[in-house]
Structures are given as structure tokens and as C-alpha cells.
Design a binder for this molecule. Structure first.
Ligand code: UDP
Length: 192
């Protein structure tokens, strides 16, 4: 995708439909991908934290999550077609994953929330294979990374909030070729 830069962060200039289609192709090719959905809060944080800015630079796709990003692009005269949220992208990938029997790993949220998300995903997308799940309050991140690698997922959804989730993905994605995506508070929403 071509990109539109806002505060030095390059956003993909595309639609939800085209983006999800691209991710499906990436997964089919066993590509190693790092997806960030960034809202204005993340942009501000990145501006103040060069280390985090460096992490964002490693992302393959940064999607405009939040109406503020869309408005910013408009004001700068380089409009983006629409908002692309982590939550919507997650749901689309789960839907497709159910139809095509994909392997997923769920990382993040509180234990009770994660348990509920696991049950809901199994119920609503029975074709999906949840090959592993771990709540977001772990001490040994290297052990969690090893657990992910051993589970051989095609998609790894990390819901530990920013900046933690992006830092974790940037650090460990090289260990296994999959789609690694930060999804913020999405597990809480799915758990209801
Ligand atoms: N979380 C976690 N581990 C932590 C801190 C937070 O798993 O050490 C989870 C938290 O339970 C919640 C999500 O991360 O499910 C954070 O959601 P929030 O809406 O704050 O994140 P954002 O969307 O702002 O990135």
C-alpha cells in the first residue's frame, strides 16, 4: 500500500476490505507480518518516546485507528479513505479464519476475560483452532514467546494494550513466521 504520514508515522492508504484481503494473502504465504493499529494517543506517545517510534517503524502495516487520524489526514490534504480499527480487523480475520480453519494464538487480557474470549471464539467461529492462549499478566515473556512458537499459530493476537503489545511483537516476531497483531482492548469487548 502507499502511505500517508502523520507526525512521522506512515499510515496505509487503503480500505478495510483491501487491508483484510492483503492480510489473508500474507497468511496464505506464511509471511512474517507485524500489524499496528494506531490512534492519536499512540501518535502522541510515539512522539515523546523515540524507542516506541523505533518499534512502530518495524511494523509492516500501520492502520488508521481512530477518527482523529482520519481527520488529521484530511487537514493535511492527504485524505485516508476510512478508519481501520484493530477490533474490526480482528473480527474479519476470525470470520475468515473460521471458514478456512486457521490456527490462532490469543495473548492478553485478564485470565477471566481470556477464558470468556476463548469460549466465544470457539462458539462463534467453530472452524478456528485456538492453538494456545495466555493472559496478559505474565512475568516471563521469553517463556510466553516460546509457548507461541511451539503452538505454531498462523495469527497471533496480542491484547496487552499499547505500548506493551507492540514492544512484545517487535521483540519476538522473528522467532516465528505468522501474522502478529496488536489488538488493544479488543478481548474485553469480545468478552462483553
Ligand atoms: N493488559 C494486559 N496486560 C497488561 C496490561 C494490560 O493484558 O500488563 C490488557 C488489559 O487487560 C486490557 C488491554 O490490555 O484487556 C488494554 O486495553 P486498553 O483498552 O487499555 O488498550 P489500548 O486499546 O489503549 O491499547
Amino acid at each position: 500500500f502507499d502511505t500517508v504520514s502523520i507526525l512521522n508515522v506512515p499510515f496505509i492508504n487503503t480500505t478495510n476490505t483491501a487491508f483484510v484481503h492483503q492480510l489473508q494473502q500474507d497468511i496464505n504465504h506464511h509471511a512474517n507480518r507485524f500489524v499496528v493499529t494506531a490512534n492519536p494517543e499512540i501518535l502522541m506517545y510515539a512522539r515523546e518516546h523515540p524507542d516506541y517510534q523505533q518499534v512502530l517503524r518495524q511494523a509492516d502495516y500501520i492502520a488508521p485507528d481512530g477518527i482523529g487520524v482520519i481527520q488529521g489526514a484530511q487537514i493535511l490534504g492527504t485524505p485516508l479513505p476510512e478508519r481501520i480499527t484493530g477490533y474490526d480487523t480482528l473480527l474479519e480475520l476470525l470470520k475468515w479464519g473460521g471458514q478456512t480453519h486457521r490456527r490462532i494464538f490469543l495473548l492478553g487480557a485478564k485470565p477471566a476475560v481470556l477464558k470468556q474470549v476463548t469460549a466465544t471464539v470457539q462458539r462463534d467461529y467453530p472452524g478456528i483452532e485456538i492453538v494456545g492462549a495466555c493472559d496478559g499478566y505474565f512475568d516471563d515473556e521469553a517463556a510466553v514467546a516460546a509457548q507461541i512458537v511451539a503452538a505454531k499459530p498462523e495469527m497471533v493476537f496480542v491484547a496487552t494494550g499499547f505500548p506493551k503489545q507492540e514492544i512484545f511483537i517487535a521483540k519476538y516476531r522473528q522467532r516465528y513466521d505468522a501474522l502478529w497483531m496488536g489488538v488493544g482492548g479488543s478481548f474485553d469487548v469480545i468478552a462483553g
